[in-house]
Ligand binder design. Structure first.
Ligand SMILES: [Zn+2]
Length: 283
């Protein structure tokens, strides 16, 4: 399909072309309005971010930039924590939530950027890589330098907290990457989900504090003997729709993996920190 507009002289990079949906592809074509696509940047390989890249690359020939493909975890065995009481009775396709969370293993960049690299420049703008592992190990934020703007992908969302889901999601890295973005002086953040953040400093401080508060709450729950992840989620996410408890369990799990590494918490059986394991405070 050719882009059905008269080209204009301005060049545009596209960050995260998005999912493979006709409606989404058409919206992208409309937004481009005939601009010359001079680069495609992928923040990470979740299925709502990268899959349309292949189509856009074929249409335009533009170079694909990213940290790298999604990392593969050989031998990782997923524990089944499916709870039928959390299924939505009105949902015709119960797998649709999981579709949103699937990973685009096919994506590979033409050019692998590294942290701090000014990887793209025209006479109108330049882009610099800000590596932000945590949401995924290959997560990339993109600085549009002259605008003092940061495209944050899923590292910082405008409408909710980010899910950090093991094994690729890593809460320790996420905390470090939050500190990295907090230390910057961007004037505006452009998340992939939610609206722009026009006052980054207080927003990021609150976002970070929410994570710290969650960590404190998890420690408190274990201290009073509520020592499994499903049990902790039932208390801490009591006011949240039950269909969101499954991703919430993965976020609590990533907090606990960090707390075990920190030596604050240990597993009851002395083994690895599992999704369906039991936890105790370290004496
Ligand atoms: Zn994501």
């Amino acid at each position: 399909m050719a882009i059905p507009f008269v080209p204009r002289i301005d060049d545009a990079p596209v960050i995260d072309p998005g999912p493979i949906l006709d409606s989404h592809r058409d919206a992208l074509v409309r937004a481009l309005d005939g601009r010359n696509v001079v680069g495609i940047v992928v923040t990470h390989c979740h299925s709502d971010h990268s899959p349309l890249t292949e189509w856009l690359h074929k249409e335009t020939g533009a170079t694909r930039f990213a940290i790298g493909p999604h990392r593969v975890y050989e031998g990782f065995v997923e524990e089944d924590d499916h709870d039928p009481s959390e299924d939505d009775p009105d949902e015709k396709k119960p797998e649709s939530d999981e579709e949103k969370e699937t990973i685009d293993m096919a994506f590979t960049p033409d050019y692998a950027v590294v942290d701090g690299e000014r990887f793209f420049a025209t006479d109108q703008f330049s882009l610099t890589a800000v590596a932000t592992p945590g949401h995924t190990s290959n997560h990339l934020c993109v600085s549009m330098d002259a605008e003092n703007a940061l495209f944050t992908g899923d590292h910082v969302m405008g409408w909710s907290t980010t899910v950090v889901s093991p094994p690729d999601g890593d809460m320790r890295q996420y905390f470090e990457s939050m500190q990295k973005v907090i230390a910057r002086t961007d004037s505006i953040l452009w998340p992939t989900h939610g609206g722009p953040v026009t006052e980054p400093a207080p927003f990021l401080a609150a976002y970070y504090e929410h994570r710290l508060e969650r960590e404190r709450q998890i420690i408190e729950q274990i201290a009073i003997g509520n020592n499994t992840i499903p049990g902790i989620v039932k208390v801490l996410y009591a006011s949240v729709n039950k269909q969101l408890h499954r991703p919430a369990r993965r976020s609590v799990w990533s907090h606990l993996r960090k707390l075990v590494e920190d030596g604050v918490v240990q597993t009851a059986d002395g083994g690895l920190p599992r999704l369906l394991g039991e936890y105790v405070l370290t004496n």
